[in-house]
Design a protein around this ligand. Structure first.
Ligand SMILES: *[C@@H]1O[C@H](CO)[C@@H](O)[C@H](O)[C@H]1NC(C)=O
Ligand SMILES: *[C@@H]1O[C@H](CO)[C@@H](O)[C@H](O)[C@H]1NC(C)=O
Ligand SMILES: [Zn+2]
Length: 215
């Protein structure tokens, strides 16, 4: 081993440096790949609490309701975390705090698309009109058979789905569940279903007006 005669050659130090860099990179890639998947389940009903801490963080609210965390505030925060897109496919939307969260995203410039059931769109308490008048694009089923889905996709990376009707009654009295996941297999499947329904419910293909054939 004559190479050691004059001390450690520079060439070897360079090689060691390279090996170190490569292995640090491999470790970083491993850690990134093993990022903890998002899997959360929320259960309802929850007691009535003030939605303001989730909807307007940082503002103090003087209302008499408790300002504690709940499954509803967690749901609101998840929705509000969307930065680019929100696909909402729900049977009914009459829960005002949830509608406000959707509206906030729309006003912030997030691309919001809503699919809902035609029977409940204009029912008393429905928030669909408010969303529509703010400019949110809403489509609805065009054939019988409830549009009974209840899922929402954020930024094409997180899906929330479960039994929860977006109504106050469901949130505060029913036994309901919502599962939240960023598993891309699930997200992709839900996105595909959304896109399929979005096309199927395109208003350009409305065919249920009774006088259509007489025109
Ligand atoms: C949507 O589904 C509901 C529930 O089945 C039905 O009553 C309603 O007529 C459907 N809407 C249209 C436009 O077909
Ligand atoms: C879901 O909401 C609709 C419309 O408000 C209502 O008719 C239906 O009974 C609700 N479902 C449950 C399980 O509460
Ligand atoms: Zn309050």
């Amino acid at each position: 081993m004559a190479v050691f005669a004059g001390g450690v050659p520079w060439r070897w130090l360079g090689l060691a440096g390279l090996v170190l860099t490569l292995s640090l990179e491999a470790v970083a890639r491993y850690v990134r790949g093993r990022r903890r998947p998002l899997c959360e389940v929320l259960f309802f009903p929850v007691p009535v609490t003030c939605p303001e801490p989730a909807l307007s963080p940082g503002l103090s609210c003087p209302c008499p309701l408790p300002h504690t965390d709940s499954a509803l505030s967690r749901l609101l925060r998840r929705i509000l975390a969307a930065q680019r897109s929100l696909e909402l496919c729900v049977f009914t939307v009459s829960c005002a705090p949830l509608a406000r969260a959707v509206l906030q995203l729309h006003l912030r410039g997030v691309r919001v698309r809503v699919i809902t059931d035609s029977d409940y769109m204009a029912a008393s308490g429905s928030q669909i009109g408010a969303l529509r008048s703010a400019g949110v694009i809403v489509r609805h089923n065009q054939t019988s058979g409830f549009m009974h889905h209840k899922f929402v996709i954020m930024d094409r990376t997180v899906v929330m789905t479960g039994s929860l009707n977006w109504t106050m009654q469901a949130i505060h009295t029913n036994k309901e569940n919502v599962l939240i996941s960023d598993d891309q297999t699930f997200v992709k499947a839900y996105l595909e279903e959304f896109e399929r329904l979005w096309e199927e419910y395109d208003p350009a293909t409305y065919d249920f007006f009774p006088d259509k054939d007489q025109k």
